[in-house]
Write a protein that binds this ligand. Sequence first.
Ligand SMILES: NC(=O)c1ccc[n+]([C@@H]2O[C@H](COP(=O)([O-])OP(=O)(O)OC[C@H]3O[C@@H](n4cnc5c(N)ncnc54)[C@H](OP(=O)(O)O)[C@@H]3O)[C@@H](O)[C@H]2O)c1
Length: 274
Amino acid sequence: MERQKTMKTILITGAGSGIGKETAKLFAAKGWNVIATMREPKNDKTFAEMDHVTVMKLDVTNKKDIETVASEVIAQGGLDVLFNNAGIGVKGCLDATPEKSIRQVFETDFMGPAEIMKAFIPYFKTKKSGVLMTTASMSGVISFPYDSVYAAAKHALIGLCESLYYELLPYGIRVKILIPGPINTNFKMQTFISSFNSAHNLKPSKNLSKILIPDFNSLPEAKEVAQVAYEAATSDSDQLEYIIGDVANTLISKYRSQGVEAFKKELANEVYEK
Ligand SMILES: NC(=O)c1ccc[n+]([C@@H]2O[C@H](COP(=O)([O-])OP(=O)(O)OC[C@H]3O[C@@H](n4cnc5c(N)ncnc54)[C@H](OP(=O)(O)O)[C@@H]3O)[C@@H](O)[C@H]2O)c1
């Protein structure tokens, strides 16, 4: 689709489903040019006919894809908001998690966003404006049991963005971190349980959040995250973190107010299925 020069532009990774897709639809509805990137554009059935939405192939782990997308997008008029949203998950025992899966999570959830930001930061610095928005996770703040690899990758991502906040301040570039708790999407987590755990019937509790907050019933939808993404990207505020959903808000405020020593006592009692 033709890009409209008077309209603002957002590039979204992982726009083929879930939070990325809903965010792309919302920005398009609000009159933005949207560059909806995904690994398999041929599977797209949503954006092909939408005005001012351009679908581009971008596997965030593929350096060539990143270079091609960045150079084409900058040549065609650039960007106002870069939204690093694509991500994958893995759960389970670290000792049972294959090296390949650990590397995949770090390549997708950390190296990809870092390399994409590197590809666009010089452009934003020259322009002296722009927003770098990233979907992290509650797991990037609190390390839950059986979540070590995903938590590590999302902690790294939050660390990167927090540092960039200061680094990019003199250039008028704003940094925004979305921190959702569990959201009702088809986000898949590969699970690896060690043979030791199986032999000793040490199964992780199915829903730790539910144990910690027994009265939450329904998860926020991707649309709600998209709404927060829109507010974050368009506000003039210098707010860095956007914690999304009751679960994330309750647990993160509890974690931060109690500190890890008190928080861990409660959580440690609930790690295994009884
Ligand atoms: N759902 C939750 O409970 C939750 C909570 C906290 C944070 N998050 C974060 O929210 C973000 C979006 O997840 P979601 O819930 O919307 O689930 P989702 O529907 O599975 O979205 C993830 C997207 O990332 C894409 N992706 C995966 N690997 C990629 C790669 N190498 N290159 C480009 N795209 C890739 C997937 O595309 P394919 O279709 O090609 O696989 C998919 O479109 C993720 O960063 C996730 O960590 C989710």
